[in-house]
Design a protein around this ligand. Structure first.
Ligand SMILES: Cc1cc2nc3c(=O)[nH]c(=O)nc-3n(C[C@H](O)[C@H](O)[C@H](O)COP(=O)(O)O)c2cc1C
Length: 166
């Protein structure tokens, strides 16, 4: 992997929706990964940040709460990768083993990323916001997305490092 300036990270700002990255949350010893496509990138508190939304019933949520770093990994998706990382839980499967992906270790930052990724963002959590039903202006959003009370937590994190495949 080649280390790049975060300023060179442009193209994916708008396409988290289409590229469906995989986040790896945790540390080098304990981690879990899942697909996300709700979120975005921006400028906040004079930092380059990302926003991701993780429902509390995800196994990944436990790692997001317990650790302060995570990575966002953009990779070429196959139906098998989408199936494991987008529908199956790390409580039941070793997703990396099942898909033959590998979790690289960053000793200094004490985190993991996906070795096969084309682009990796290493992020430090800045803030976690519990979304509540009362905070929504539109009842139809609550009705459509939260009728089972499986609320999202919004994580805002600083992008500390950007890597692309050489
Ligand atoms: C295309 C796609 C996008 C997804 N985006 C999100 C998301 O932004 N937030 C979220 O909480 N779950 C999202 N999911 C669902 C999780 O990836 C899925 O429930 C996963 O199996 C959770 O794994 P875990 O229990 O190991 O954490 C998405 C799933 C797919 C297929």
């Amino acid at each position: 992997m080649l280390k790049k300036s975060i300023d060179e990270f442009n193209s994916v700002f708008l396409d988290i929706k289409d590229k469906c990255p995989i986040i790896v949350a945790g540390n080098k010893d304990n981690y879990n990964a899942m697909m996300v496509n709700w979120g975005g990138f921006g400028h906040l508190w004079n930092k380059k940040v990302c926003f991701i939304f993780v429902r509390k019933n995800r196994y990944t949520y436990e790692f997001m709460e317990s650790f302060n770093t995570f990575t966002i990994n953009f990779l070429d998706l196959t139906p098998q990768i989408i199936d494991y990382f987008g529908t199956k839980s790390g409580r039941d499967f070793d997703k990396f083993k099942e898909t033959n992906l590998h979790a690289s270790i960053d000793i200094d930052r004490n985190l993991r990323s996906i070795a096969e990724a084309n682009q990796v963002l290493k992020c430090n959590k800045l803030c976690a916001i519990d979304l509540s039903k009362a905070s929504f202006m539109l009842p139809e959003i609550v009705e459509k997305f939260y009728k089972n009370d499986d609320m999202h937590v919004l994580y805002i994190a600083e992008i500390k490092e950007y890597l692309i495949k050489e």
